[in-house]
Design a protein around this ligand. Structure first.
Ligand code: PLZ
Length: 452
């Protein structure tokens, strides 16, 4: 019997970095052999160790090694793995019923999650939500809703954008390898325009916001035609593209342009949302009120749940029965989301994210001064990154990035890379991570950098 105190990943899990074997250890190696013979090669592995327990700021593998977690399962376990309120609520729900299908017989947790989303997302207009299983599914549905509402077809997305791996969301995603390569043909009526990426803007960062917005708007106007555009879809901080913060002013300008032209502005906050950047949602930093917002990942503490939330009149444009899916808004996932939101609220995890930035960013900046391989430190809250370059240039350095990640893994620090050029190391610790672990993780990173 699992009780609250010995919940895997719960308080009994020592919050420490501990290496007791080489990485990967023998048990992980054996499991990796079994994986290779039965799991499709297309399913990749970032760090070749098998998880046994995880919680707080650590992940323990089957050999007994304990890693400091700077990844949160790609920005999912913001409240920590097996967070108490998530386990408590999801367990109670598991014991009541596991599934009815929300379209067949609705249940209260689904409604409660939508009520929370209406409260938490930006803007005080009337809002409605629909729930799904994955981020990609949420983005697909945001496009469906925007098309019905506007009776238009075109969708505008941005350089370096990432929105998922389904056919439509692959089309919305900008990076070929590994996401799109060989998987075409892709969905039509998708148009890509420039984003204000200050570090790589040709004329430099100073006028990046205005120039990029002008170019984007010119392309939309001249190449697509505003009357054809149903939606613009953008991540307020571009995640898989390399933790790019669009230069200040860019997002408000695009949002304004959308508003003036009857285009639905969709903020994809699947990676940046739910306290990750130090606010409930990243678009709040520039006072943006999206028409639709897509959420997933951090919403449910590790259970699969996603949502589209937005202006009631847009959401309600779709005919009855037009939105759904067998599992969308599964009751256990909804209960977990309510536990996750409860934790974020009670423990002020947005404040914790801001504190993580305070601890990490100055240290990363110091490392950047010392090691010219770091071209830029960026991000906010607990969504931070370093972009690696060939020293003295801005040429991307994916080899150094991969080597640095591998060195960190071997020293007991779980880090992830990202970026169109594969040259960005990102830091996404659980928001509940202890400050001692944060500092120790940075020590490991610094040591690995010095040996690079
Ligand atoms: N939109 C902004 O970050 C998922 C992808 C990892 P799903 N990002 C992690 C990988 O290699 O598959 C993501 C995102 C943004 C949409 C998605 C898609 O969310 O839940 O993975 O479908």
């Amino acid at each position: 019997m699992t009780t609250m105190t010995d919940t895997p990943g719960g308080p009994s899990l020592p919050q420490e970095r501990r290496l007791v074997t080489e990485v990967p250890g023998p048990k992980s190696q054996e499991l990796m052999g079994r994986k290779r013979s039965t799991v499709a090669d297309g399913v990749g592995t970032v760090m070749p160790v098998f998880a046994r327990r995880a919680g707080g700021g650590v992940l323990e593998d089957v050999d007994g090694n304990s890693f400091i977690d700077f990844g949160s399962g790609i920005a999912v376990t913001s409240v920590g793995n097996s967070a108490e309120a998530v386990v408590r609520r999801a367990t109670a729900q598991l014991e009541s019923f596991t599934h009815t299908c929300a379209m067949v017989t609705p249940y209260e947790p689904y409604v409660e999650v939508c009520e929370e989303l209406a409260r938490l997302t930006p803007g005080d207009h009337a809002k409605k939500s629909a729930l799904f299983n994955s981020g990609a599914e949420a983005v697909e549905n945001a496009v469906k809703i925007a098309r019905v509402h506007t009776k238009r077809q075109a969708v505008v997305v941005f350089d370096h954008g990432y929105h998922g791996r389904t056919n439509l969301t692959m089309a919305l995603t900008s990076k070929d390898m590994p996401y799109k390569h060989g998987f075409g043909p892709f969905a039509p009526e998708i148009y890509r325009v420039p984003v204000a990426y200050p570090f790589r803007w040709l004329t430099g960062p100073e006028n990046c916001a205005e120039e990029a917005a002008a170019q984007a708007i010119d392309q939309i106007t001249k190449q697509v035609g505003v009357d054809n555009v149903a939606a613009v879809v953008i991540e307020p901080v571009l995640g898989e593209g390399g933790f790019i913060e669009p230069a200040k002013g860019f997002l408000p300008r695009i949002a304004e342009f959308a508003r003036e032209n009857g285009i639905v502005f969709v903020a994809d906050e699947i990676q940046s949302g739910f306290c990750r950047t130090g606010q409930w949602f990243a678009c709040e930093d520039e006072g943006i009120v999206p028409d639709l917002i897509t959420t997933a990942k951090g919403i449910a503490g590790g259970l699969p749940l996603a949502a589209v939330t937005g202006r009631a009149e847009i959401m309600d444009a779709v005919h009855a029965g037009g939105l759904g899916g067998t599992y969308g808004g599964n009751p256990v996932a909804c209960a977990a989301a309510l536990g996750s939101i409860e934790t974020m609220r009670e423990q002020d995890l947005a404040g914790r994210a801001r504190r993580i930035e305070e601890v990490m960013k100055p240290r990363l900046q110091k490392m950047a001064e010392q090691y010219p391989v770091i071209g830029e430190v960026r991000g906010r809250g607990a969504m931070l990154a370093i972009e690696l370059v060939k020293p003295g240039t801005k040429d991307p350095h994916p080899e150094a990035t991969a080597a640095l990640a591998k060195a960190c893994h071997q020293e007991g620090l779980l880090v992830l890379t990202t970026g169109t050029y594969g040259n960005v190391m990102r830091f996404l610790p659980p928001l509940v991570i202890g400050e001692n672990l944060l500092e120790e993780g940075l020590d490991v990173l610094e040591g690995a950098l010095s040996r690079l």
